[in-house]
Design a protein around this ligand. Structure first.
Ligand code: AHG
Ligand code: MN
Ligand code: MN
Length: 331
């Protein structure tokens, strides 16, 4: 792309906002803070093997999972950065027990709530495999100036005003939606900015990739086992990184389906509704795909708790329909 055609993330957001003067929300400052945090985390990830930030932190999170050092580092970086703008009233993080009210001393004037999975795919960190950050943004219901409530935090995915992810892969990308399509930006480290590289991302209605941890085969329902047999017979390509962000990104670009179903071991699946499933469901629908639990559209779920897990089937529309037909015939 010739130099004069480079569009940075900030430029793009400003132009999008100008197209929708009626929209009351001003997300640009929040994106400025996400962008800064993403650049700092990117810097740390890129030198992870050289400094002492690989390995375990030595604690468990509220969900009983081992916490990696980079989980904590990324969590702190995003929380510090996101607390700055004054536009946010609460931060929900996969790594924190409860929601964290912010800007309380400034009079609770923040209009938005943000949920983050600061480091997704953390079991892959030590092996230098692609990892990411996922975020989801919605508006509070309670009046400005009052204390943010749990009710404000527990809103359905269809209330999201923005969602996205950063993928720290062979290049670093930030992909997001505000409900009018999906756009992807690649970090150009030489100029230190995210530049539009994937305008108007859509996912093919049908693909060839199926991503599932088939090590859990025996623990899946009969219908799900039947579906896995079907994909094998069809000759779909099996691809499973074990970083949801990375599996999702590849499948969105190429066409495919990602499943983390319920199993005997994990009756509600593994992925978290607020930090992982809702943002990705918003993105995939905006890209022309679909996301369901097998019974209900992900974006229609009324969350009951902050760390709720759900089973998920997400990706190319026709592939999700195929999976539903075979794995969940009586839904
Ligand atoms: P996190 O690293 O944020 O805890 O998320 C891990 C998730 C997700 O990224 C990935 O797709 C899935 O766990 C992998 O789980 P399995 O190892 O059970 O397949
Ligand atoms: Mn995750
Ligand atoms: Mn995580």
């Amino acid at each position: 792309m010739p130099m004069h055609q480079v569009i940075t993330l900030s430029q793009f957001i400003a132009e999008e906002q100008a197209k929708h003067p009626e929209s009351s929300g001003n997300l640009s400052r929040i994106f400025r803070d996400i962008k800064l945090a993403a650049k700092i985390v990117n810097r740390d990830v890129r030198k992870a093997g050289l400094v002492d930030i690989l390995g375990e932190h030595g604690t468990m999170n509220i969900q009983g999972e081992e916490v990696k050092k980079l989980d904590v580092i990324a969590n702190d970086i995003f929380i510090d950065s996101l607390s700055q703008s004054g536009d946010i009233c609460a931060i929900l993080s996969e790594e924190e027990d409860d929601f964290r009210p912010v800007n309380t001393q400034a009079g609770n004037q923040g209009k938005y709530i943000i949920a983050i999975d600061p480091m997704d795919g953390s079991s892959n960190i030590d092996a230098n495999v692609t990892i990411g950050t996922i975020f989801s943004i919605w508006k509070r219901k309670s009046p400005l100036g009052s204390e943010v409530t749990l009710d404000d935090c527990l809103q359905a995915g269809n209330e999201q005003v923005a969602a996205g992810y950063v993928v720290y892969g062979s290049s670093t990308m930030l992909v997001y939606t505000t409900g009018s399509g999906v756009n992807g930006f690649t970090l150009d480290v030489s100029i230190g900015d995210f530049c539009l590289s994937h305008p108007n991302m859509t996912t093919p209605p049908m693909g060839q990739i199926c991503s599932i941890n088939s090590g859990n085969y025996r623990s899946f329902s009969e219908g799900m086992r039947e579906y896995i047999d079907y994909t094998n017979n069809k000759g779909y390509t099996g691809r499973y990184i074990g970083s949801f962000v990375a599996d999702f990104h590849r499948n969105m670009v190429k066409g495919g389906i990602y499943l983390y179903p319920a199993s005997e071991k994990a009756p509600n699946g593994k992925l978290r509704l607020l930090y992982e499933c809702n943002p990705m469901a918003f993105l995939i629908e905006q890209a022309g795909g679909f996301a369901t639990t097998g019974k209900i559209r992900v974006l229609d779920i009324q969350p009951a708790e902050l760390h709720q897990r759900i089973p998920i089937i997400i990706g190319s529309k026709d592939m999700v329909e195929e999976a539903l037909r075979i794995a969940h015939p009586n839904r």
